[in-house]
Design a protein around this ligand. Sequence first.
Ligand code: ASP
Length: 254
Amino acid sequence: MENNPLFNAGTGSALNLLGRIETDAAIMDGRTLRGGAVALLTGIRNPIKAARIVMDETEHVLIAGRPAERLALANGLQKGNRRVPRRVRAWREALNQLKTKKRKGPSEKTLSLFLKHRGDTVGALALDARGNLAAGDSTGGVTLKLPGRVGDSPIIGAGLYADNNSGAATATGLGEQAMRLVISKTACDLMRLQPAPKAARAVIRLATKKVGNGTGIITLDRAGRFGVAHNTRHLCWAVRTMSVSNQQMNGTRN
Ligand code: ASP
């Protein structure tokens, strides 16, 4: 998905206020609770692979910026992450809207602008035959973010979480909201007692109540049940099991 320019991850990432790419990604192993994450990468083709290197090759959880890029390149990752025309157009349009809105008033307007131009972060969850859960995500973040802004995606507990004793979850949407609710860990905690679909709906209800619209989540529990919920207009998802292959685009609000 990072190589597909359609998604806001890797190639095709959203642009920050200065029109530059800064990507974040993370991965988590539910068996060991080990996680790896990178933030603010500007020139690595597959940030999720860089996150995996942090998890497998270091004692750390999150490495940001130039040092993370150097680590990725030293471990054989390719350079990449070019801007694509669609994102440049979206960035220009958003910048123009921001200029107009700034004249009218501050933050609420900027938030709605983020919501409009945000999107398409990718997240994935997996359960293997031995009961091991895993989660991964990758994003260019939100259009017009300030340089240096880090969203929820590389934050374990916010952008993603996986624990063989509860479940796995990954979030999309306005990262600031997901971080304030530690939403993926919250969903996993609920899955100790509730099936994945119910946990997904519960955290999105909580998000709507506490921080408003702008969040989506996918969940997977130990029994292989999955959930999808969002209070954004769209959320595209797909699932594959031994017996079922299903996908849904432009899911309606729930
Ligand atoms: N959650 C991402 C972020 O805030 C953006 C997204 O999901 O589209 O960085």
